[in-house]
Design a binder for this molecule. Structure first.
Ligand SMILES: [Zn+2]
Ligand SMILES: [Zn+2]
Length: 194
């Protein structure tokens, strides 16, 4: 999912903009290795973007739409969320030589100063290519809720028997005990015994 930046201007030297409209199948986002994403792409991903070249900087604006499947943090069931994210990024060349072996002055400082000039997020490109997979992955991560819940009223799993309380009830103690009060409860029980 790389976009070759050398394609810009291929229709004539004056053209510095590129309009991109692509759809990616969910299978394109499956990672063969064991990278643990907190989401699974559940619908085709529609990416629309405009790339504007300004010397060695590329401004990218656009939109990415899809649905992501997450796992509810209470009942552990999968559920979907819609994603419709607006892109506004600036791509600058990746600093030469990755890793900490760089000099402590120069390029790094320059990049920081550029970020301060406006609110655009700065990303890096390498080998004259934009990594669209990485771009979309970052948008998906930004779209994830802090605490994924299939619904606000999700009843979760019974802490005793593991029954999904959205789907069934169980015979365990119906009173939900706040674990923070468990210590207090022990004290009360102990007093009763005396
Ligand atoms: Zn749930
Ligand atoms: Zn139970």
């Amino acid at each position: 999912m790389q976009f070759d930046l050398r394609q810009l201007g291929r229709h004539g030297g004056a053209q510095r903009d590129e309009h991109l409209d692509r759809t990616f199948e969910p299978s394109a986002f499956e990672t063969p290795d064991e990278r643990e994403d907190a989401y699974r792409v559940a619908a085709p991903v529609h990416l629309v973007m405009d790339i504007h070249k300004d010397r060695d900087t590329y401004r990218v604006t656009g939109r990415v739409e899809t649905r992501l499947e997450l796992e509810c943090s209470r009942c552990l069931e999968p559920y979907d969320i819609p994603v419709d994210a607006t892109l506004e990024l600036r791509y600058v060349p990746a600093p030469a030589g990755n890793g900490p072996a760089q000099g402590n002055h120069g390029h790094g400082d320059e990049v920081e100063r550029e970020v301060a000039e406006d609110d655009l997020t700065t990303a890096f490109y390498r080998n004259e290519e934009l990594d669209l997979g990485e771009l979309m992955h970052e948008q998906f991560v930004l779209a994830l809720p802090m605490k994924p819940l299939c619904s606000d009223g999700c009843k979760g799993l019974c802490p005793e028997c593991g029954t999904n309380l959205n789907k069934a009830s169980c015979d365990c103690s119906p009173a939900w005990k706040d674990p923070r009060l468990a210590g207090l409860q022990t004290l009360l029980d102990r007093n009763k015994e005396r």
